[in-house]
Each structure stands twice: as C-alpha cells, then as structure tokens.
Ligand binder design. Structure first.
Ligand code: MG
Length: 319
C-alpha cells in the first residue's frame, strides 16, 4: 500500500501544564515525531516519556511509523521529561555556601554583611512598610518556625497533575508536630497570590491539625551585595522580629534549601536538603520526618541561636 507522505494528524502533547499541537505525519517515524515535539517544548527526544502512546500495550520503538498508532485528531498525549537546562540545573552543585560553616573567609563575610548599616536600614523600612496579614493568632510562649516553599516543602519544577504528587513526604505530619511547640510562618520569594494558591493546593491552609500564623512574600525580602553571589535577595528575620517583639533570634529557626537566604541571620538558618524530582524521591525522602524530631529535641532550649543547625543530624538532646 502506498503511503501518502503528506497525510498527517494533529495531536496535542500535554507537558508541564500546557498543550502543544504537533503534526504527526503518518509516513514518519516516532523519532521524527519526537523531534517535532522537541522543537515545540525544548525537551530532547531521549528525555521524552510519552505516557499514553503505546503499541499493543508496550512502549513503542523509535522507528515505529506514526500511522501504526491510528491517532485521532486532537488526541491528547501526556508527556514527562525535562529540558536540558532544567536537568543541568538539578545536577549542578547548588551555587551555595559550602557545608563547612566555620570556614574563615565565609564567616568573616557573613558577619560583615549582617551588621552592615545599609542593610539594617532596609530591614527597618520593611518593618515599617511591609504589611502582614495575620491568618491565625500568634501564641506568645511558642517558638517560631519560618519555612521556605520551593524545594523545601514542595518540588515546584517536576510535572504533576495534583499537589499531592509534588508535596514533600511527611509534610502534614511534620507541620502537625511542629505546631505543638512553634508558631509557623511561610516565607517564599514569590508573590502572595502564588503562595496562597500553593498552600491551598497542598492542603496546608485548611488543615485541621495545625494553623499557619502568616505568610511573607518577596516584598518582605531585602537586596544585599556579597562578594560570593553578587546582588541577591535574602530573607532577613529582622523583619519579623521588628514587627513582633516576642519573636527573637533566640526562639526562631528558619528552614531553606538556599543558605544564602539567611545571610542576614546565619545562626537561625537550617539548610534543608532540596526536595527535587518528586516522582523518583517520593519513597526515599525522610527529611521532614527527621527534622520534626530535631525540632522536638530543641523546643525546650532557651536559645536556639547557640546551636549549630548545620550539624542538626548529629544533635544529641542533653539529659
Ligand atoms: Mg527554596
């Protein structure tokens, strides 16, 4: 039978929340088709996982002719796969402070930064101008836990249909346990709208077992300049401490996967291992479970800032 080399069917490849119409030429091979998908999405053929494109129940070989699939016009093909730059980014060693915190050069820089007058003035300005919308009552007497979202509670890069698939394991258990001893605040370097939506999607804003005191967004951050990173935005806890005086350096701890975010208060920051590639790490990531034990162990201490949070896994509770 002659093959009409011009015949094609337009199908929609759904990837990363968007649909891409692609022409599937009947005479072409699957590899040709993948190349067309690559042109539209930037995902290389070898990284494309076309989930529901199967032939006799199996994943088809790249030399399969497209006509064999009998695709209907506007058929939806679900795709997983990352662009090269995203893959590279995940494989890269994070551009971040090294694990050893008492490296002299770094310590000197850190101290200099957190005491610089110009930055303290910016914090003052945030204390005055940044408006916090209280979601739930603060509970004086409790300590304060400040949490980042992306890669700390949630993998925001991977492809998924629901919040549950991207949520870091033990998230609700972790927040439930932490809430017993800490008021909880979420601080993300994005917009308030985005934070509200993410917290709703993850079921955090409506959970019956704990309450979030308030959210902080990128507008509460300040810009600083460092030798190491250039001009960056950081999350200075001084904004919270200035607004609410019962929270202090002694009773506050913040988790972030980027330690540069706590350059203005290095003694209060705990660098959490980033949660990435949610689909692969669902069953192995125990970070939040382990950290909830750490938070419990240190909850009764008078001064959290005297701890070395960089060594949290080795912490032994005094008897
Ligand atoms: Mg993050």
């Amino acid at each position: 039978m002659d093959v009409d080399t011009e015949a094609f069917t337009v199908v929609n490849v759904k990837w990363s929340g968007k649909e891409y119409p692609i022409k599937a030429f009947h005479a072409n091979t699957l590899l040709h088709f993948k190349n067309a998908v690559c042109e539209a999405t930037g995902v290389l053929p070898e990284r494309q996982k076309l989930l529901n494109l199967r032939l006799r129940g199996k994943a088809p070989a790249d030399d399969t002719r497209m006509k064999e699939f009998n695709l209907q016009t506007n058929a939806k093909i679900m795709m997983m796969g990352s662009r090269e730059e995203a893959v590279r980014e995940m494989q890269e060693v994070p551009k971040d402070l090294p694990e050893v915190v008492n490296d002299l050069d770094i310590e000197e820089e850190v101290i200099a930064i957190e005491q610089r007058q110009e930055y303290l003035q910016k914090i003052e300005k945030r204390v005055k101008d940044y408006e916090i919308k209280m979601l739930n009552d603060m509970r004086p007497g409790k300590k304060l836990l400040v949490l980042d979202i992306d890669y700390t509670l949630f993998d925001h890069r991977s492809v998924a249909e629901t919040g549950n698939e991207l949520m870091r394991p033990f998230l609700h258990e972790f927040l439930t346990s932490a809430y017993e001893d800490y008021d909880i605040v979420i601080w993300s370097a994005t917009s308030m709208k985005w934070i509200e939506e993410k917290m709703k999607l993850l079921g955090v804003s409506t959970h019956p077992n704990y309450k979030i005191a308030f959210y902080l967004d990128s507008l509460a951050m300040i810009t600083i300049h460092t030798e190491k990173y250039g001009v960056i935005e950081v999350k200075p806890l001084g904004v919270v401490w200035g607004k609410y005086e019962h929270y202090t350096s002694k009773n506050t701890i913040m988790f972030d996967d980027l330690s540069r975010n706590f350059l203005m208060n290095p003694q209060n920051g705990l660098k959490i291992r980033p949660f990435r590639l949610a689909h692969f790490n669902r069953d192995t990531d125990k970070e939040l479970q382990k950290l909830s034990h750490y938070l419990k162990d240190i909850a009764a201490l008078d001064d959290l800032s005297s701890l070395n949070h960089g060594k949290w896994e080795k912490y032994k509770k005094p008897h």
